[in-house]
Design a protein around this ligand. Structure first.
Ligand code: UD1
Ligand code: MG
Length: 445
């Protein structure tokens, strides 16, 4: 689809979120709402994307790079916000999509349908995305004529009882003929209940000028507007439902789908099994035939084919887990390469490390990677065996095939195939425990 521009309105204060963070930066699936919109629009290959922000929203400007930014100096309404974007669209004659930054679940297919409808009739200036929510609440209402053309949008505050009875509502998303946009927007006034410049007025204006307007019906699930934290949670749930369904459709087993939480970018291979209570933060890729057991937390990690993770494992950014690796319970891994077939089965912290192929890390092993100022690396060779409760004080290297005795604190490099042992001699006093008990019994009786 050639010649599409998109304008995303994000200048509203979002006061009902009760947050210092601008509303459009609140996240769904680990990604700001506005980035979901940008992704939906990006699939249409637009020649221009303009985001309208309020003055000073530096964090929003950064999040939407490289989109154009238009600054709306004062929030005087949605029509006024689109007017702020007109300079950026100067000379653009294609179709302009208007989206609201707080309506993040819209899908590309719906946008495409709107553009197609706009292009189907030369005189059609505006296509509005309508929907029929269970509770029409305070949404604007779409007024249509007998032929099904859209003649006006009436804002709730300005609607009479009959108009409030209309079930077809305005989602806010529009496709507008770029050749008409500027003339329509500059004709919008603010003589209404809120004293705002309503974008929605362009429908009546276009009709008065002998142009036509139409609507496309969308699903309520796609058009939820996020104004409160409760609605943010609702939007998250809808997005999670989509990702769970997609994971299963592509060949993953989710034993309890509702308890698995994905990020927008989670990638799963075939025949992956995910047990209940698993949370995926951003940046996780899982290979084929991996089993992730119950209650794991993963982010920024890659897991190779056939690996087994958990239960209760935490894989943090930079954990690079190769094929056939086994990560067991209460193991935390950060910024480390765990090579093919290695095992870290119980109660360990592995950070800034390489664990060589087939190495075995005993229960309770800790890589001491931080001295309070800097981080240091631990390197463990292929086939090495690290006994339980070992502290590896980095920087340190354990050679391939070496064995470290349980309970050691290793501060020097260990040669390949050597035994390293750091432990005091056990002292034994024959019969001492028996004598001790007898003495105690005498005192207490
Ligand atoms: C708007 C529509 C209403 C529709 C509803 C759908 C108008 C006049 N009304 O109402 O018909 O049913 O959305 O959710 O358009 N914004 C700015 N600058 C402004 C005002 C708003 O950028 O001066 C942005 C907001 O950040 C937000 C979007 O525009 O992303 C919508 O604004 P909002 O105030 O939420 O409009 P609604 O009252 O919900
Ligand atoms: Mg709104």
């Amino acid at each position: 689809m050639s010649s599409i521009a998109a304008v995303i309105l994000a200048a509203g204060a979002g006061t009902r979120m009760k947050s210092v963070l601008p509303k459009v930066l609140h996240e769904i699936g680990g990604r700001p709402m506005i980035s979901h919109l940008l992704a939906a629009v990006e699939s249409l290959d637009p020649s221009k994307v303009v985001v309208v922000t309020a003055p000073g929203m530096a964090s929003v400007r950064k999040a939407v790079e490289p989109a154009d930014i238009a600054v709306q100096k004062k929030a005087l309404g949605t029509g006024h916000a689109v007017a702020a974007a007109l300079d950026s669209l100067e000379g653009f004659e294609g179709d302009v999509l208007i989206l609201y930054g707080d309506t993040p679940l819209i899908e590309t297919a719906t946008l495409r349908q709107m553009i197609e409808k706009r292009r189907a009739a030369e005189k059609c200036a505006v296509v509005v995305l309508g929907f029929e929510p269970d509770d029409p609440a305070e949404y604007g209402r779409l007024v249509t004529d007998d032929a099904g053309n859209l003649t006006a949008i009436v804002e709730y505050a300005d609607a009479d009882a009959a108009e409030r009875g209309i079930g077809l509502c305005n989602s806010g998303v529009m496709a507008i003929d770029g050749r008409q946009l500027s003339a329509l927007i500059t004709a919008v006034g603010n003589d209404n209940a809120k004293g705002e410049y309503y974008l929605t007025d362009i429908v009546e204006i276009a009709n008065r000028r002998g142009l036509t307007c139409a609507y496309v019906k969308g699903a309520e699930q796609e058009l939820l507007g996020v104004n409160t934290r409760a609605q943010l949670a609702e939007a998250e749930k809808i997005a999670q439902g989509r990702w769970r369904a997609k994971a299963m459709a592509e060949g993953a087993t989710l034993i309890d789908p509702d308890s698995v939480w994905f990020s927008h970018d989670t990638k799963l291979g075939r025949d992956v099994v995910i047990e209940p209570g698993v949370f995926f933060g951003p940046g996780v890729t899982v290979g084929d035939n991996v089993r992730i057991k119950a209650h794991c937390h993963l982010e920024g990690t890659t897991i190779g084919a056939g690996a087994q993770i958990g239960p209760f494992a935490r894989l943090r950014p930079g954990a690079d887990i190769a094929e056939e690796v086994k990560i067991g319970n209460f193991v935390e891994i950060k910024k480390s390469e765990i090579e093919k077939g290695a095992k870290v089965s119980h109660l360990s912290y592995i950070g800034d490390s390489r664990i060589g192929e087939g190495a075995n890390i005993g229960a309770g092993t800790i890589t001491c990677n931080y001295d309070g100022f800097d981080k240091f690396r631990t390197d463990i060779g292929a086939g090495a065996f690290i006994g339980s409760n070992t502290a590896l004080v980095a920087p340190v290297r354990i050679g391939a095939g070496a064995i470290v005795g349980a309970g050691s604190t290793i501060t020097e490099d260990v040669d390949a195939n050597a035994l390293a042992l750091e432990r005091s001699t056990t002292r034994q006093k024959t019969g001492w425990a028996k004598r001790f008990r007898k003495l105690k019994e005498k005192i207490t009786n």
